[in-house]
Write a protein that binds this ligand. Structure first.
Ligand code: SF4
Length: 482
């Protein structure tokens, strides 16, 4: 695949006013650096000419190319948007001699599209044709989505309208990674205690309201941040509180994201295990010391192995390990070396992320063109890792994409058969209510009759969360319990 960045060319895209500019930009920025294009609404464009793409060469007085795509009105906003995206994709793809593996798809959850097609009774071959002709998806990505659908389908059938997954966030980490765009803070004295006090208020409220109104939790996930930033006593207190306040008799899965290896101790693992929790996550990201230093992780690859052995020694049965493809200065061989080392440990789940650059991350601010330069390398990394995971007996079981993701790629969760994480599948599938506690948690209520989701977010700043905890409870009341 050839990448040609025509630094002297300005791409001027105009669209009809019935299409959201941001969605078109999501697509265009996968081809061209931000400073080299504009997307604007042209009120004068007729429905039969819903967009235009003009390539202006700054060295010439006239535009070098001009695409104006006449089309018929599909009569539906979504159809029109997709037709315009296909047209713009074709124009840019021809001009830059480049295709995108995900075609015109810019959404975060492409798996939902294939599931919906299956539920409408489409055969696999019909789904393949649709993904290729309608979204210009590559064959590899379509096959990946179909395989994931097959592996996760048994877990997507939710038990009743009042069944929910619960997320609880601990927004603290020992230090901040350079690529981080999550709600994460390095705690100062008393921060954790003050936060837990407010969180306990939310746990008590949500626990009792759920019991009163007949909600049942079938999965529970403690994420962050890094929940194991809490010391042993704080962790024990938190878990006891959760088990006291929630009815978890029907809970099929409980996960604690331990995350950073430098926060894992035998005592904390024992606390987790003794509370009946058997699933954790240890996230190396890379097994290369130089990379760990570069991204601000203050631990060694050896600490990752030790943390893993410690968790096993405490009896933890299911471990996920997160890796990142596309970390600074890493080549495909570095990722493959990390992958081999992680596979050799034998975790039940491995999740391979592609470096996502969001607005909040320091790395993005430092280097805005990073993701386009590395797209080619990343493509190799993604393909190689997918092949190797298959050989090692892991099956892809969930996938999501992120905005600002390097090179338009994806995060894929792999699992040994039967060890899939229910919570991950259902969060992405969005056919179940998710109740989120803690700073930055976004609760989503699913209304199956209308296949509709309503959201309510807790504030992400933990200080404001503490100050306005009663307001957070009120938001939950409105969304879930009123
Ligand atoms: S461990 Fe995760 S949440 Fe914490 S700073 Fe690093 S990327 Fe952010």
């Amino acid at each position: 695949m050839l990448h040609r960045f025509h630094r002297k060319i300005m791409y001027k895209i105009k669209i009809i006013n019935r299409i959201p500019v941001n969605e078109i930009e999501e697509l265009v920025k996968m081809f061209i650096p931000k400073e080299d294009y504009t997307v604007t609404v042209d009120e004068a464009l007729a429905i039969s000419q819903s967009f235009s793409v003009v390539f202006e060469d700054k060295r010439l007085s006239e535009p070098v190319n001009h695409f104006q795509f006449p089309g018929r009105d599909p009569g539906d906003k979504k159809e029109l948007k997709n037709a315009v995206k296909r047209g713009i994709y074709t124009a840019l793809s021809r001009h830059l001699n480049r295709t995108l593996p995900w075609g015109t798809l810019t959404g975060v959850k492409p798996g939902k599209i294939v599931r919906e097609l299956k539920e409408k009774g489409k055969t696999e071959d019909e789904i393949r044709t649709h993904m290729k002709d309608y979204y210009y998806l590559s064959e590899e990505k379509t096959e990946l989505l179909l395989e994931i659908l097959h592996n996760q389908y048994p877990y997507t059938q939710v038990e009743g309208e009042r069944s929910a997954g619960i997320y609880l966030g601990i927004p603290f980490c020992p230090t901040r990674c350079v690529y981080c765009s999550f709600t994460s803070n390095t705690p100062k004295k008393d921060d954790i205690e003050r936060y837990l006090k407010a969180l306990y208020r939310e746990i008590e409220y949500v626990g009792s309201q759920m019991q009163k109104t007949g909600w049942k939790a079938d999965s529970f996930y403690i994420g962050g941040g890094t929940p194991t930033t809490l010391n042993e006593d704080q962790l024990e207190d938190l878990l006891s509180k959760i088990f006291r306040e929630f009815d978890l008799s029907g809970c099929r899965e409980f996960t604690v994201e331990a995350g950073r290896p430098d926060t894992i101790t035998f005592e904390k693992m024992q606390v987790i295990k003794e509370n009946g929790i058997d699933r954790i996550s240890i996230n190396p990201q890379s097994m290369k010391q130089k990379t760990l230093d570069l991204i601000g992780r203050s631990h060694t690859p050896e600490q990752i192995r030790e943390a893993y052995a410690t968790a096993r020694k405490a009896g933890i049965g299911t471990i996920n390990m997160d890796l990142i493809a596309g970390l600074p200065e890493e080549e495909p061989e570095d990722l493959m070396d990390t992958l081999e080392k992680v596979i050799a440990l034998g975790p039940e789940n491995i999740t391979i992320h592609t470096l996502a650059l969001k607005r909040a991350s320091r790395l993005k601010m430092e280097d805005d063109r990073y993701h386009l330069r590395h797209a080619e390398v990343l493509e190799d990394m993604v393909e190689m890792s997918q092949r190797r995971m298959k050989e090692a007996g892991y099956r892809p079981y969930y996938l999501y994409r992120q905005k600002y993701m390097a090179g338009n790629f994806e995060n894929v969760g792999y699992s040994l058969p039967g060890k899939e994480c229910l919570y991950n599948i259902r969060t992405m599938d969005e056919q179940q209510t998710m109740i989120a506690l803690g700073a930055g948690g976004i609760s989503k209520r699913y209304f199956s009759a209308q296949t509709r989701i309503e959201r309510s977010a807790n504030v992400s700043n933990f200080e404001i969360y503490i100050d306005r905890i009663e307001e957070m409870l009120d938001r939950k009341l409105q969304l879930l319990f009123a």
